[in-house]
Each structure stands twice: as C-alpha cells, then as structure tokens.
Design a protein around this ligand. Structure first.
Ligand code: AMP
Length: 241
C-alpha cells in the first residue's frame, strides 16, 4: 500500500469525498451482455462511477495477460486471435480472483462474462458461496449488420479501456487518448474477418446465457443501436427502477 503521507492532500480529500458519496449508493451486481461493438465498454465506466462498482472485463484482463506473456495469456492467445472463446475454466478462475478485490465491495459490472451457460452456472455458485446474487443483466440488443462499421473504426486506450471511433467518436488528436495523451491502439481481433467468428460465438454460446437469466427474471433489454447518450439514459432508467 502507498504511504498515505506521500499522497497529496487534494487527492486524499477527493478520495474521501468519493467514498462518502459511495456509502450512500445501493450495492449492485450487474452483468452486461451483448455482441462485440454493442457498447458495453462505453457504458461500463459511466455505470461504474455512478454506483461505485468494480468493472471486470474478461477481454481486457485476457489481453493484459497475453501482453505480459503470463501462463494464462499463453493459453488464451490463440483462441482470442481467431475470435473463438477461451476455456470456461480460465475465465471462471480470473473472475473468482477478481471478485475478491476491495473495489468490488459495493458490487460489480461483469462485461463480457459469463459468455456460456457453464460460466453463468459457475458464477451463480461463486455468488451463492458469498451470499449474494446477480441483480440485473443488461442485454445490449443490436442487429449484426451495424457492428462491422463500429468494430473496424474502433480505437482503444488500453490502460483505461476508453474507446474511440474514427467516425462516431474521434479523439481530439488522431491516435491519442484525450485524457492522458497516450497512444491509442486498434485491437488485433477488430477486423471484419475475425468479427464473423466472434459473432458466431456470440449467437451460439452467449445468447443461451440471455435465456438462462430471462428465466430468472433479471434481464433488461436495451436498444443498443441507439447513440451512446441515448443508451446511457436507458441504462439509468433500468438501474434506478
Ligand atoms: P472482448 O474484449 O470481450 O471482445 O473479448 C475478446 C476475446 O477474449 C474474446 O473473443 C474471447 O476470445 C476472449 N474472452 C473474453 N471473455 C471471455 C469469456 N467470458 N469466455 C471466453 N472467452 C472470453
């Protein structure tokens, strides 16, 4: 842990204020489901800040593991490059560990997990052992036909997860993150060709997850073809009800 004496007073105060605001918010355990490019990653930071939740995106965690060449990354790399799913055991393990983080105390946003019914069942078990359950599953429903343009124009700031789009949400300076000035990257799997496999995996393996949670009565459908701002309004309606 950082020595608190070394932390500037203004930073300490803003962290104390943030924690006081968070203490008044209800706990929330959320799952975001939707095909690649449906806007999960765009809405997640907004929901995270509003409700003081942790944001766990298995895709981001796996990409970090691939970049760091950890044993997990080495196992996951090939499937990710082909747009196929990595094994259930790998992702269940990383989520189980990540949920222990103090930042997940008030709840979590799972983004890109669970992606198979087996993962959903394993998650239910994990949560049952902790005496909690999923509150809402936000289903980012959108037609496949508009996803190719969204995906192939996407640029990412890897460390924050912020995403941009050359046409719909360009950064102030091309190729550079607005907040930090750091370089943006294009994901290796954000090509029209790999998108085909990713969509196939979504329809075959992940859509049944939506049915699984529909039976539990926790799914809220969002019109994800709308603009990010309009989707934010819809998300807020769902989460405040
Ligand atoms: P994403 O960033 O969510 O689009 O994920 C990128 C890639 O990581 C996917 O195409 C999969 O290969 C892998 N991945 C991410 N999350 C999962 C998951 N829950 N189960 C299996 N594979 C996953």
């Amino acid at each position: 842990m950082a020595n608190l004496e070394d932390v500037p007073t203004t930073d300490l105060f803003s962290e104390v204020l943030r924690r006081m605001k968070c203490a008044t918010k209800p706990d929330k355990r959320l799952i975001l489901v939707g095909p690649p490019g449906s806007g999960k990653g765009t809405q997640s930071p907004i929901i995270k800040d509003e409700y003081c939740l942790c944001h766990l995106a298995t895709g981001d965690m796996l990409r970090a593991a691939v970049a760091a060449k950890t044993p997990l990354g080495i196992k996951a790399k090939e499937a990710m490059e082909k747009g196929e799913l990595v094994s259930d055991d790998l992702v269940v393990g990383i989520i189980d560990d990540a949920l222990k983080k103090p930042s997940c105390q008030k709840g979590f946003i799972l983004d890109g997990f669970p992606r198979t019914v087996v993962q959903a069942q394993k998650l239910d078990e994990m949560l049952k052992n902790r005496g909690v359950k999923v509150d809402k599953v936000l289903n980012f429903a959108v037609d496949d036909r508009i996803l190719e343009e969204r995906i192939t124009g996407r640029w990412i700031h890897p460390s924050s997860g912020r995403s941009y789009h050359t046409k719909f949400a360009p950064p102030k300076v091309p190729g550079v993150d607005d907040a930090t000035g750091e370089p943006l990257i294009q994901r290796k799997d954000d090509t029209a060709e790999v998108l085909k496999s990713r969509l196939e995996a979504f329809h075959k393996q992940t859509e049944p997850v939506i049915d699984y949670y529909t039976k539990k009565g926790v799914v809220a459908n969002l019109p994800a073809e709308k603009s990010p701002k309009e989707v934010t309004v819809e998300v807020q309606k769902v989460l405040s009800s």
